[in-house]
Design a protein around this ligand. Structure first.
Ligand code: NAD
Length: 501
């Protein structure tokens, strides 16, 4: 552990000992569930903090209060400059507290401190800045209609938005929802994952202490899925933006249907393929890149390439390179300078991944990893070796079901048609990679693959100005860019008749 981490870690220990509460209508209040929830450190199982979750009644109360706030229209009708300023101020708060936020993220999630400090947290600040810039640039249009009529559209806030985030990129996923929702004048209820609520709590504290936000516009709900279900059922909530598993996404759609038909943006699971054709350019660096994207953040990423489809002529070469890389990874404490992979986020996830490893051993050929890393202090945490299965048939469970961990399936193919068929042969359609030197094949295959994001010759490129989201059971709608703004607004069409009466 280096000197520079010692101070924020020391600060975090003290902060964790302070009470953690719900934030509703500008007040910090205790969760009213009898259930005390413990947030644990996945590197050793130690308690980080505990708090009382909100129960369903309290969720409904928060939704009702948020609805009242929205009806008062203070934020919805606020001056656009002041809205943009708030977003920029939040970006500045994040940047000035980047180390503290990064420490909290890595403590609860288990991802490497460098991943939080250099990636996730600074990107959150960028997201707020990006959407601050959009506040006065997203507006309605004048529509070409018949002579004697004027028709224009306006963009109105949707209302109360329930923003439900997962545990893999906690503050990043929350920021991707909060920033555009606030930019468009909505009232928000942020629901971080119960496993990783720390950064959302701390950011809420900073906003409460340092910025002036109209009361009730930003609310923080600390609870688990059972009570959060009420958020998706409540008639006081007008929109849900959800990132998480496909199963919960389906439940949200059902709940919307039996309540007030609230709209939903859903970013769900994935089982993304990466195809390596025989003419992959710069094969060694292609392997390095795809391996890194697959195994960074301990394989807990929705759009990672979990299925490598490799042309039979280069299969052995690629597989051997992957095995060598996997065997060389050092699992260790997220704050250790030499660690390359942290622990899985929680015990449930650890057990799920380990059970898929057992399934994989029955279905395919295990060629790397396949066991928990219990080296030294790792014995107390949820560490799993980077694991590779070879000759995985596309119908195997490990090739079909989302595992969400450091488990890679490799499968050889002979023809382009075979590769495309296998690439499309899952219920998911989040992302896909194509490595080839043949430009026309690259474009043709990109067209044939039924996924929301295609990466040609470099897997895993993302930018705020490009839509993010999947097809099939990977989700509904897109996030980022103008797409988030659309999803947090309603278009109203206004007709004016100015012809002869
Ligand atoms: P999860 O679905 O278990 O939980 C996500 C969030 O939903 C948590 O905050 C949880 O408390 C809440 N929740 C659970 N049940 C609920 C209910 N009935 N009503 C309302 N809220 C409920 O997912 P997770 O385990 O936190 O995250 C992993 C999953 O997220 C994976 O499937 C992964 O692919 C997906 N994910 C998708 C994307 C994407 O952009 N497509 C990004 C990150 C993660």
């Amino acid at each position: 552990m280096t000197e520079s981490i010692a101070a924020p870690l020391e600060w975090a220990r003290k902060w964790l000992a302070t009470p953690k509460k719900q934030y509703m209508n500008g007040q910090w209040i205790d969760g009213n569930s009898k259930e005390q929830w413990s947030v644990k450190d996945p590197s050793n199982g130690d308690l980080l903090c505990h708090f009382n979750m909100a129960d369903s009644d309290q969720v409904e109360q928060m939704a009702q209060q948020a609805h009242q706030t929205h009806d008062e229209q203070v934020w919805a009708k606020s001056n656009r400059d002041s809205r943009a300023k708030l977003l920029r101020d939040i970006a500045t708060l994040i940047r000035s507290n980047v180390e503290k936020l990064a420490v909290l993220e890595s403590l609860a999630n288990g991802k490497l401190y460098s991943e939080s400090l250099e990636g996730d947290i600074p990107t959150c600040a960028d997201i707020f800045d990006y959407y601050a810039g959009w506040v006065d640039k997203f507006y309605g249009e004048t529509c070409p209609v018949e002579e004697g009529y004027l028709n224009y559209t306006t963009k109105e806030p949707v209302g109360v938005c329930g923003l439900i985030a997962p545990w893999n990129f906690p503050l990043y996923q929350a920021s991707l929802k909060i920033a555009p929702a606030l930019a468009m004048g909505n009232t928000v209820i942020i629901k971080p994952s119960e496993y990783t609520p720390l950064t959302a709590i701390y950011l809420m504290e900073l906003i409460d202490q340092e910025l002036s936000v109209p009361k009730g516009v930003i609310n923080l709900l600390l609870t688990g899925g059972q009570a959060a279900n009420q958020l998706t059922l409540s008639h006081h909530v007008h929109k849900i933006s959800f990132t998480g598993s496909t199963g919960v996404g389906q439940k949200i759609v059902q709940n919307s249907g039996i309540s007030n038909l609230k709209s939903a943006t859903l970013e769900l699971g994935g089982k993304s393929p990466c195809i390596f054709f025989e003419d992959t350019p710069n094969l060694d660096s292609a392997i390095d890149r795809a391996f890194d994207v697959m195994f960074s953040h301990k394989g807990e990423k929705c759009s990672e390439p979990t299925r490598f489809l490799i042309h039979e002529s280069i299969y052995d070469y690629v597989l051997n390179a992957l095995i060598e890389k996997a065997n060389g990874v050092k699992c260790g404490n997220p704050f250790a300078a030499d660690a390359q992979q942290g622990p899985q986020c929680n015990e449930m996830q650890f057990n799920k991944i380990m059970s898929y490893i057992e399934i994989g051993k029955q279905e395919a050929e295990l060629v790397a990893g396949g066991y928990a890393d219990t080296e030294g202090d790792n014995a107390k945490g949820f560490y799993i070796r980077p694991t590779i299965f070879s000759n995985v048939s596309p119908s195997c469970r490990i090739a079909q079901e989302e595992i969400f961990g450091p488990i890679l399936c490799c499968t050889p193919f002979a023809t382009t048609e075979e590769a495309v068929t296998m690439a499309n042969d899952t219920a998911f359609g989040l992302a896909a990679g194509i490595y080839t030197s043949n430009v026309s094949r690259a474009h043709k295959v990109a067209e044939q693959i039924d996924a929301g994001m295609l990466f040609i010759n470099r897997y895993g490129c993302y930018g705020l100005s490009s839509p993010f989201g999947g097809f099939k059971q990977s989700g509904w709608g897109k996030e980022m860019a103008i797409h988030s703004l659309s999803s947090y607004t309603k278009s109203k069409s206004v007709w004016v008749y100015y012809g002869d009466q």
